[in-house]
Design a protein around this ligand. Structure first.
Ligand SMILES: [Mg+2]
Length: 254
Protein backbone atom coordinates (compact mmCIF):
# COMPACT_ATOMS: atom_id res chain seq x y z
CA UNK A 1 0.00 0.00 0.00
CA UNK A 2 1.30 3.45 -0.93
CA UNK A 3 2.14 5.77 1.95
CA UNK A 4 1.26 9.42 1.52
CA UNK A 5 2.51 12.06 3.92
CA UNK A 6 0.12 15.00 4.13
CA UNK A 7 1.21 18.28 5.66
CA UNK A 8 0.63 22.03 5.37
CA UNK A 9 1.63 25.40 6.78
CA UNK A 10 -1.84 26.44 7.95
CA UNK A 11 -1.92 24.08 10.91
CA UNK A 12 -3.55 20.79 11.83
CA UNK A 13 -7.08 22.27 12.01
CA UNK A 14 -7.05 23.84 8.54
CA UNK A 15 -9.90 22.63 6.32
CA UNK A 16 -7.62 22.26 3.28
CA UNK A 17 -5.54 19.65 5.09
CA UNK A 18 -8.54 17.53 6.02
CA UNK A 19 -9.93 17.63 2.49
CA UNK A 20 -6.57 16.54 1.08
CA UNK A 21 -6.41 13.69 3.60
CA UNK A 22 -9.90 12.51 2.65
CA UNK A 23 -9.30 12.80 -1.10
CA UNK A 24 -6.17 10.63 -1.15
CA UNK A 25 -7.60 7.85 1.05
CA UNK A 26 -8.43 5.87 -2.08
CA UNK A 27 -4.80 5.99 -3.28
CA UNK A 28 -3.13 4.45 -0.25
CA UNK A 29 -2.57 5.20 3.40
CA UNK A 30 -2.29 8.91 4.09
CA UNK A 31 -0.74 10.14 7.33
CA UNK A 32 -1.10 13.73 8.53
CA UNK A 33 1.92 15.29 10.23
CA UNK A 34 1.30 19.03 10.44
CA UNK A 35 2.11 22.07 12.56
CA UNK A 36 -0.16 22.54 15.58
CA UNK A 37 -0.95 26.12 14.47
CA UNK A 38 -0.77 28.47 11.50
CA UNK A 39 2.76 28.73 10.12
CA UNK A 40 1.98 30.58 6.90
CA UNK A 41 5.02 32.44 5.52
CA UNK A 42 7.32 30.36 7.74
CA UNK A 43 9.29 29.58 4.61
CA UNK A 44 11.89 26.82 5.12
CA UNK A 45 12.67 27.60 8.75
CA UNK A 46 13.80 24.83 11.05
CA UNK A 47 13.34 25.06 14.83
CA UNK A 48 16.71 24.61 16.52
CA UNK A 49 16.39 26.67 19.71
CA UNK A 50 13.97 24.41 21.61
CA UNK A 51 12.76 20.79 21.64
CA UNK A 52 9.67 19.82 19.66
CA UNK A 53 6.68 17.87 20.91
CA UNK A 54 4.79 15.38 18.75
CA UNK A 55 1.14 14.70 19.61
CA UNK A 56 -0.78 11.74 18.19
CA UNK A 57 -4.29 13.15 17.86
CA UNK A 58 -5.87 10.20 16.10
CA UNK A 59 -4.88 7.19 14.03
CA UNK A 60 -2.45 8.50 11.38
CA UNK A 61 -2.86 12.11 12.55
CA UNK A 62 0.02 13.88 14.30
CA UNK A 63 0.70 17.50 15.20
CA UNK A 64 4.04 19.08 16.04
CA UNK A 65 4.61 22.45 17.73
CA UNK A 66 6.97 23.48 14.95
CA UNK A 67 7.25 24.58 11.35
CA UNK A 68 6.28 22.70 8.19
CA UNK A 69 9.95 21.80 7.69
CA UNK A 70 10.11 20.46 11.27
CA UNK A 71 7.07 18.30 10.50
CA UNK A 72 8.65 16.79 7.40
CA UNK A 73 12.02 16.22 9.06
CA UNK A 74 10.66 14.66 12.25
CA UNK A 75 7.81 12.94 10.44
CA UNK A 76 10.07 11.10 8.05
CA UNK A 77 12.97 10.67 10.45
CA UNK A 78 11.08 9.59 13.56
CA UNK A 79 7.33 9.07 13.17
CA UNK A 80 6.92 7.05 9.99
CA UNK A 81 8.33 3.53 9.96
CA UNK A 82 9.19 3.81 6.26
CA UNK A 83 9.81 6.63 3.84
CA UNK A 84 6.55 7.79 2.24
CA UNK A 85 5.96 7.27 -1.49
CA UNK A 86 4.61 10.80 -1.86
CA UNK A 87 4.33 14.03 0.09
CA UNK A 88 1.50 16.47 -0.47
CA UNK A 89 1.55 19.88 1.19
CA UNK A 90 -1.64 21.95 1.30
CA UNK A 91 -4.27 22.78 0.37
CA UNK A 92 -3.15 26.35 1.07
CA UNK A 93 -5.98 28.92 1.01
CA UNK A 94 -4.07 31.47 -1.05
CA UNK A 95 -1.88 31.35 -4.14
CA UNK A 96 1.81 30.53 -4.13
CA UNK A 97 2.75 32.20 -7.40
CA UNK A 98 6.02 33.81 -8.44
CA UNK A 99 7.81 35.48 -5.54
CA UNK A 100 5.25 34.10 -3.03
CA UNK A 101 7.18 30.84 -3.21
CA UNK A 102 10.14 32.39 -1.37
CA UNK A 103 8.02 32.88 1.74
CA UNK A 104 5.81 29.84 1.49
CA UNK A 105 5.73 27.21 4.22
CA UNK A 106 3.52 25.10 1.96
CA UNK A 107 6.14 24.94 -0.78
CA UNK A 108 9.03 24.61 1.68
CA UNK A 109 7.56 21.42 3.13
CA UNK A 110 7.64 19.95 -0.38
CA UNK A 111 11.20 21.20 -0.90
CA UNK A 112 12.29 19.54 2.34
CA UNK A 113 10.74 16.20 1.38
CA UNK A 114 12.33 16.44 -2.10
CA UNK A 115 15.69 16.90 -0.38
CA UNK A 116 14.97 13.60 1.39
CA UNK A 117 14.29 11.91 -1.96
CA UNK A 118 10.49 11.81 -1.78
CA UNK A 119 8.30 12.83 -4.75
CA UNK A 120 6.52 15.93 -3.50
CA UNK A 121 3.89 18.46 -4.47
CA UNK A 122 2.72 21.74 -2.97
CA UNK A 123 -0.91 22.63 -3.54
CA UNK A 124 -2.43 26.08 -3.27
CA UNK A 125 -5.83 27.49 -4.05
CA UNK A 126 -5.43 30.82 -5.81
CA UNK A 127 -8.00 32.50 -3.60
CA UNK A 128 -8.06 36.04 -2.27
CA UNK A 129 -10.95 35.41 0.08
CA UNK A 130 -13.77 33.03 0.94
CA UNK A 131 -15.47 30.96 -0.30
CA UNK A 132 -12.63 28.52 -0.82
CA UNK A 133 -13.26 25.86 -3.46
CA UNK A 134 -11.19 23.17 -1.76
CA UNK A 135 -13.17 20.45 -3.52
CA UNK A 136 -11.86 21.60 -6.91
CA UNK A 137 -8.27 21.38 -5.69
CA UNK A 138 -8.83 18.10 -3.86
CA UNK A 139 -10.32 16.37 -6.90
CA UNK A 140 -7.47 17.47 -9.15
CA UNK A 141 -4.77 16.52 -6.67
CA UNK A 142 -6.18 13.01 -6.29
CA UNK A 143 -5.74 12.59 -10.07
CA UNK A 144 -2.26 14.12 -10.10
CA UNK A 145 -1.14 12.08 -7.08
CA UNK A 146 -2.20 8.89 -8.82
CA UNK A 147 0.00 9.78 -11.81
CA UNK A 148 2.99 10.61 -9.60
CA UNK A 149 2.64 7.39 -7.62
CA UNK A 150 2.78 5.51 -10.94
CA UNK A 151 5.40 7.54 -12.82
CA UNK A 152 7.45 9.30 -10.13
CA UNK A 153 8.99 12.74 -10.62
CA UNK A 154 12.27 13.87 -12.18
CA UNK A 155 15.22 13.80 -9.75
CA UNK A 156 15.45 16.70 -7.26
CA UNK A 157 12.22 18.16 -8.64
CA UNK A 158 8.95 19.05 -6.93
CA UNK A 159 5.73 20.36 -8.39
CA UNK A 160 4.24 23.65 -7.26
CA UNK A 161 0.55 23.42 -8.11
CA UNK A 162 -1.82 26.41 -8.07
CA UNK A 163 -5.51 25.90 -8.68
CA UNK A 164 -8.02 28.62 -9.60
CA UNK A 165 -10.52 29.21 -6.82
CA UNK A 166 -13.60 28.19 -8.72
CA UNK A 167 -15.86 25.23 -9.41
CA UNK A 168 -14.54 22.17 -11.26
CA UNK A 169 -16.80 23.06 -14.22
CA UNK A 170 -15.17 26.48 -14.57
CA UNK A 171 -11.58 25.19 -14.75
CA UNK A 172 -10.26 25.88 -18.27
CA UNK A 173 -7.51 23.27 -18.30
CA UNK A 174 -4.10 22.39 -16.91
CA UNK A 175 -0.80 23.92 -18.06
CA UNK A 176 2.85 23.48 -17.16
CA UNK A 177 4.34 26.86 -16.36
CA UNK A 178 7.45 28.67 -15.25
CA UNK A 179 7.61 30.64 -12.04
CA UNK A 180 6.97 34.29 -12.85
CA UNK A 181 7.48 37.38 -10.72
CA UNK A 182 4.81 38.63 -8.36
CA UNK A 183 5.25 41.72 -6.24
CA UNK A 184 3.01 43.49 -3.77
CA UNK A 185 2.26 47.20 -3.47
CA UNK A 186 1.27 48.62 -0.10
CA UNK A 187 1.96 45.41 1.78
CA UNK A 188 3.21 47.21 4.88
CA UNK A 189 0.43 48.75 6.92
CA UNK A 190 0.94 51.27 9.69
CA UNK A 191 -1.08 50.48 12.77
CA UNK A 192 -1.18 51.55 16.42
CA UNK A 193 -1.29 49.57 19.64
CA UNK A 194 -3.69 50.47 22.51
CA UNK A 195 -1.04 52.89 23.86
CA UNK A 196 -0.77 54.78 20.58
CA UNK A 197 2.62 53.42 19.58
CA UNK A 198 3.14 52.90 15.88
CA UNK A 199 3.64 49.38 14.54
CA UNK A 200 3.96 47.90 11.09
CA UNK A 201 1.92 44.95 9.90
CA UNK A 202 3.11 43.05 6.83
CA UNK A 203 0.41 41.48 4.70
CA UNK A 204 -2.28 42.09 2.12
CA UNK A 205 -1.32 44.60 -0.52
CA UNK A 206 -2.07 44.59 -4.22
CA UNK A 207 -0.18 41.99 -6.25
CA UNK A 208 1.25 42.73 -9.67
CA UNK A 209 2.91 40.14 -11.90
CA UNK A 210 4.87 39.88 -15.10
CA UNK A 211 2.78 39.37 -18.19
CA UNK A 212 4.79 36.46 -19.65
CA UNK A 213 2.34 34.03 -21.22
CA UNK A 214 3.89 30.89 -19.80
CA UNK A 215 4.03 31.99 -16.16
CA UNK A 216 2.16 30.54 -13.23
CA UNK A 217 0.24 33.81 -12.68
CA UNK A 218 -0.81 33.98 -16.35
CA UNK A 219 -2.32 30.49 -16.13
CA UNK A 220 -4.32 31.34 -13.02
CA UNK A 221 -5.59 34.58 -14.57
CA UNK A 222 -7.36 32.55 -17.28
CA UNK A 223 -8.70 29.92 -14.85
CA UNK A 224 -6.15 27.26 -15.73
CA UNK A 225 -4.44 25.01 -13.20
CA UNK A 226 -0.73 25.86 -13.09
CA UNK A 227 1.95 23.22 -12.48
CA UNK A 228 5.47 24.59 -12.09
CA UNK A 229 8.31 22.09 -11.78
CA UNK A 230 10.89 23.40 -9.31
CA UNK A 231 14.46 22.11 -9.07
CA UNK A 232 16.34 21.98 -5.79
CA UNK A 233 19.33 23.59 -7.49
CA UNK A 234 18.73 27.33 -7.94
CA UNK A 235 22.22 27.94 -9.41
CA UNK A 236 22.22 30.41 -12.28
CA UNK A 237 24.35 28.41 -14.73
CA UNK A 238 24.57 31.17 -17.32
CA UNK A 239 25.89 33.52 -14.65
CA UNK A 240 28.28 30.83 -13.43
CA UNK A 241 29.78 30.53 -16.91
CA UNK A 242 30.00 34.30 -17.31
CA UNK A 243 31.56 34.86 -13.88
CA UNK A 244 34.15 32.14 -14.45
CA UNK A 245 35.10 33.74 -17.76
CA UNK A 246 34.95 37.43 -16.84
CA UNK A 247 35.56 37.72 -13.11
CA UNK A 248 37.95 34.92 -12.22
CA UNK A 249 41.08 36.92 -13.13
CA UNK A 250 39.84 39.92 -11.15
CA UNK A 251 39.64 37.76 -8.05
CA UNK A 252 42.83 35.82 -8.58
CA UNK A 253 43.24 32.83 -10.85
CA UNK A 254 43.23 30.25 -8.05
MG1 LIG B 1 -0.73 29.04 4.50
Amino acid sequence: MKRILVTNDDGIHAPGLQILFNKVQKLGRPVIIAPDRDNSAASHSLTMNRPLRVRELDKDVYSIDGTPTDCVTIGIGKILAEKPDLLISGINPGANLGDDVSYSGTVSAAIEATMLGIPSIAVSLAADSEPYHYETAGAFIATLAQIILKKGLPKDTLLNVNIPNTTIQDIEGVVFTRRGRRLYEDAIKETFDPWGRKHYWIGGGTPSWDSGEDTDSAAISVNKISITPMHLDPTNYEALKFLRQDWQDLLGSK
